[in-house]
Design a protein around this ligand. Sequence first.
Ligand code: GDP
Ligand code: GDP
Length: 436
Amino acid sequence: MRKSVVAIVGRPNVGKSTIFNRLVGERISIVEDIPGVTRDRIYAQAEWLTREFNIIDTGGIEIGDEPLLVQMRQQAEIAIDEADVIVFLVNGREGITAADEEVAKLLYKSNKPIVLGVNKIDNPEMRENIYEYYSLGFGEPFPISGSHGLGLGDLLDEVISHFPERENEAILEDTIYFSLIGRPNVGKSSLVNAILNEDRVIVSEIEGTTREAVDTNLHKDDQDFVIIDTAGMRKRGKVYETTEKYSVLRALKAIERSDVVLVLIDADTGIREQDKKIAGYAHDAGRAIVIVVNKWDTVESNEKAMKEFEANVRAHFQFLDYAPIVFLSARTKKRLHTLIPAIKLASENHAKRVPTNVLNDVIMDALAMNPTPTVKGRRLKVLYATQVAVKPPSFVIFVNDPELMHFSYERFLENKIRDAFGFVGTPIKLFSRKRQ
Ligand code: GDP
Ligand code: GDP
C-alpha cells in the first residue's frame, strides 16, 4: 500500500521543524560518511500507532530569495499539491498574526483535510490560549508542545483519521516499480517517452485515487513494470517546480515507492555536484540503482569514450560502485535496448535470497583468506551469518563482540559476498550482532 503523506505548514518559527524532528525521531540519521551527500530534512518516514506515513516539513523548502510571504505561499501550495493531510501550525504564544491569516486563506481553497496545531503550549495552564484559534475556521485547534512532546498523540489521531482509503493502490506482485531521478534537463521526460514508444512495449496508465498520482504500467520482455510519477514530470508551469528543494522532494517521493531507481546523468554537460546528492538519496533508501548516462548522441561514441566516461562516473560515485552504467540517447534511441535488461537484473538482485549454507561457506573462506583483526589484544570472532531481509539483501553476522568489527573488515566481507553472489545493481547491508 502506498503511504499517506502529511505536510506541516505555517509561518517561520512556529515550530515546524521541531515537530517534524520529533515525529521522525531517530529515523533520520547520517547513515554514511559520503562526501557531498547530505540529508535534507524535508521529507521522511514517521509512524503513529503502527500506521506509517511520510511527512514533509515545508519550512525546509527554500524558494530562491523570494520575500518571506511569497515563500510561505509557495510552501502552502506545495503542501496542497503533495500531501493527503495538512497540519497547519501556529504559535500559541503570539495569537493569530497577519501571516497566519495569509496561509489560512490559501488552505481554505484546497480540498485537503487540514488539522490545526497550536504549538508552544508547554503547560496545561496555557491551554486557555487556544480558543481564539477557532476563528481561523479549521475546527478544533489541537494544543501541542513540540519541544516537550505534549499533545502530539491527539493531533496525530486526528491526522490519521483523514488518511484516504488506498484500496486501488495496492502494490502489484511480480511488478518492477521504477523511477527516474536527476537534475532538471537531464532528460527524464524524454527517456520515459522513449521507453514507452519502444518496440513491443504495451502501455496503460493506472489512475490513482488521488488526482496527482498517475503511474504508467508497461509490459516488455515478459515482465510488468510501473514507472512512478511520470505525471509529476510532465506537469509543468508551477513557480516552484524548478527549485532544487522541490525537485529533491519529488525525487524522494518517487524513490520511496521504487524497487529500482534510474539515476540520470547528462553526457553533454558532465557530472555536477547536484547529481551526487540526488544519487545519494536513492542509495540511502536502499533501492536498486542503475546509472543512466543520457544524451550519449552528443559524445563521439566509441569504446574509448565510454571507458573514459565510466571511469569518471566511478570516481565521482564511489558509493554506487555496485550500480551498472548504461549509456544511451533518449533522443536518437541509440542503445536504448540496453536499459530494460539492466533494470531487470538490478531488480532481481535486489530481491535475491541466498542459501544460508552457501553464505557461510563464503564467509568461512573469507576468514581463512584474511584473518579477523584484533583491537587492543582482542580478536574479532565471526561465528556465522544469515540473510535476514531482501530489498535490499541484508545480512546479520554473528560475532563475539560487534565493537571489534572494523569498517574495513566489514567492507571486505561485503565484497566477498558480492563476489560470490553477484549483487550487481543493489546495495547490500551487513549488521554485526553479538553471540557468545
Ligand atoms: P519553524 O521555523 O516553524 O520550523 O520553527 P522551529 O522548529 O525552528 O522552531 C522555532 C523556535 O521555536 C525554536 O527556537 C524552537 O526551539 C522553538 N519551539 C518549537 N516548539 C516549541 C514549543 O513547543 N515550545 C516552546 N516554548 N518553544 C518551541
Ligand atoms: P527533464 O527535465 O529531466 O525531464 O528533461 P527533458 O526530458 O525535458 O529534456 C531536457 C532537454 O534535453 C530537452 O531539450 C530534450 O530534448 C533534451 N534531451 C533529452 N534527451 C536527450 C538526448 O538523449 N540527447 C540530446 N541531444 N538531447 C536530449
